[in-house]
Design a protein around this ligand. Structure first.
Ligand code: F6R
Length: 608
């Protein structure tokens, strides 16, 4: 979603701001802008579209500023346009603001300000902020910001500067992420760490209700009343290369190929030498696993698909009823939750607005809450009772790949752990599952070696109008994820169906050469899926099956078969999804799509 950067120091602010904004491009945006002080004037340059539109405009402007704020906007209030882009300023043009989030009561404030003679030029909610600061300004920027933010309801990460105090930046955080980069003789603000790690690895992660006043030599942290606070400096240990493409053409491909490593990172530290799962990251005693009566797993998109797999595994191994729900539905469904309920939220970013709201709702209803999350210090990570991190590293491509497989294996570990504590699994089954989990990273590596075959298959698919995915049991959930991956990066219409449901309507859409990708990795459902493949073939479909090695009879049925290593049914998901990720990627490439930044999508969906 929106990205914020800010700089104060001796370097050329605009260069640093645009570099920082480039690093935040993965968040998704439709316009960009910067504010800076030059020749004793506060100047604002902004542009709809990609960052290079802004950079072209900036080339004709002088660049001698040592202070500035920048923004990439993903439209919420008002269409993407130059006027609606940030930074926004007051009429006098001496205060500039960039904002990430939504001001819920902006209409009310706008009315009040209009009555006082303020004139608005944009359709945004943000514009009320520079006007409020203007209204309260009595010679101290920080004080006027404190008064202004007390009026705001909603979520807001803010970067603020003023011509009257040209040696100061103000940063504010409530419900939208913001960090401070601490430099030598320079300081930064940003929505996320990649924007600043070229210049500093020392970071303050602002919490909700915290703000900061930055000069080039100092950072004063405070609460929303201006009372000073202290924070630990977070030292970034990962390298910028990890957030770069590392030799691959696209982040999506790089991230698909990182899976063997990140699966090891997520799994192996949690499997002890004695072959038992250890969840040292959480206080499992207070989680009181024996007394959990019901589990909800709540998430969005790909994370929801991982949650569906989690449901099957927890029910199978731990024998606890699990409801998996989409966060945007769950939060309005008045779910049955009490102190014996465990709510598991799954989120790569840890910032997804609906998932966060679901978490807050469950906490209010006294459930125990646990998150499976990838971003350290994210809102979900900080608000949840118990956190298990997927160690997938930064995921830059909008389409989630490595986050999904790490979520699935972590849910498998959790299911087995709970089962072990509650003694609902016999020792042989537990050992077998762990043996398979241990080999998953190598099995994924093996599937990735068939990359060129999958690229070839994509060349048969890329001109299709529709592509269907079918499966039964866990394979149905893999089908859902494979289908989502394809549509989001290639823009081909796709549907995932429970294979047995096809004949209840969707079969009408199958005609000559319609591609149908059939998942057939669940031994107990294998024959049924074979029948479903025959069913669509009889209507002319072009069929591709994903099956386990050794199940060769499927070759006589499907037009093409992709094999994955023969593992137990419960743990086939992180293997079966790999060919589907690669098919989606190659189909998108062959259609000339911008795979890392698909249209209309954002990496982190911080609005409802
Ligand atoms: C799809 C995708 C999205 C996210 C969803 C939840 O590839 O990335 O569907 O999975 O927006 O995001 P997180 O996991 O950050 O909560």
């Amino acid at each position: 979603m929106c990205g914020i950067v800010g700089y104060i120091g001796d370097k050329h602010a605009i260069e640093l701001l645009t570099c920082g904004l480039e690093k935040l491009e993965y968040r998704g945006y439709d316009s960009a802008g910067v504010a800076f002080i030059d020749e004793n004037k506060l100047k604002i340059v902004k542009s709809k579209g990609r960052l290079n539109n802004l950079e072209e405009k900036l080339e004709v402007s002088p660049k001698h500023s040592h202070i500035g704020i920048g923004h990439t906007r993903w439209a919420t209030h008002g269409e993407p346009s130059d006027i609606n882009s940030h930074p926004h300023q007051n009429k006098k043009g001496n205060i500039a603001v960039v904002h990430n989030g939504i001001i819920e009561n902006y209409l009310e404030i706008k009315e009040e300000l209009i009555k006082k003679g303020y004139e608005f030029v944009s359709e945004t909610d943000t514009e009320v902020i520079p006007y409020l600061i203007d209204m309260y300004y009595e010679g101290d920027l920080k004080e006027s910001v404190i008064k202004a933010i007390k009026r705001l309801k909603g979520s807001f990460a803010l970067g603020i500067m003023s011509l009257d105090e040209p040696d100061k930046l103000i940063a504010v955080r409530k419900d939208s992420p913001l960090i401070i980069g601490i430099g030598q003789g320079e300081n930064f603000i940003a929505s996320d760490i990649p924007a600043v790690i070229d210049w500093t690895r020392e970071i303050y992660i602002l919490e909700n209700g915290e703000m900061a006043e930055l000069t080039k030599d100092n950072v004063i942290l405070m609460d929303f009343d201006g009372n000073p606070i202290e924070k630990e400096v977070y030292k970034v240990t990962w390298n910028i290369d990890e957030a770069q493409k590392g030799g691959y053409d696209h982040f999506m491909l790089k991230e698909i190929f990182e899976q063997p490593k990140v699966l090891k990172d997520t799994l192996f530290p949690r499997i002890g030498n004695d072959g038992r799962i250890r969840l040292d990251d959480i206080d499992t005693n207070s989680l009181d696993i024996e007394n959990i009566e019901k589990i909800y797993i709540v998430a969005c998109g790909t994370a929801y698909h991982a949650g569906l797999v989690g449901k099957k595994l927890i029910e199978k191994y731990a024998k606890i009823p699990v409801i998996t729900d989409v966060a945007s539905e769950f939060r309005y469904n008045n779910p049955f939750i009490d102190e014996k309920t465990l709510l598991i939220v799954v989120s790569q970013s840890g910032e997804t607005a609906d998932t966060l709201a679901a978490l807050r709702l469950a906490k209010k209803k006294k459930a125990k809450t646990l998150a499976i999350c990838n971003v350290v210090g994210s809102s979900i990570a900080r608000e949840v009772d118990y956190i298990l991190y997927t160690w997938a590293g930064p995921e830059i491509a909008v389409a989630s790949t490595k986050a999904y497989t790490t979520q699935v294996v972590l849910l498998a570990l959790l299911a087995l752990y709970i089962a072990d504590v509650r003694k609902t699994i016999d020792e042989d089954e537990y050992k077998k599952a762990l043996e398979v989990l241990n080999s998953i990273p190598d099995d994924v590596e093996k599937i990735l070696r068939s990359k060129s075959k999958l690229e070839d298959i994509a060349s048969h698919l890329y001109k299709s109008r529709d592509i269907f995915y079918i499966g039964r049991g866990l394979d149905y959930y893999v089908a859902m994820e494979g289908s989502l991956k394809l549509k989001e990066v290639s823009y081909i219409h796709s549907e995932a169906m429970a294979a047995g449901e096809l004949k209840h309507g969707t079969l009408a859409l199958i005609e000559k050469d319609t591609p149908v990708i059939a998942l057939a990795t669940q031994d107990y459902l294998y024959d049924k899926v074979i029948s479903n493949i025959k069913e669509v073939k009889a209507r002319g479909a072009y069929t591709i099956a994903i099956a386990k090695e050794g199940n060769n009879e499927i070759e006589g049925v499907a037009d093409l078969v992709i094999y994955i290593p023969d593992v137990i049914n419960e743990l086939a998901v992180p293997l079966a999804i790999i060919p589907l990720q690669l098919i989606a990627y190659y189909v998108a490439i062959q259609r000339g799509c911008d795979v890392d930044k698909p249209r209309n999508l954002a990496k982190s969906v911080t609005v409802e």
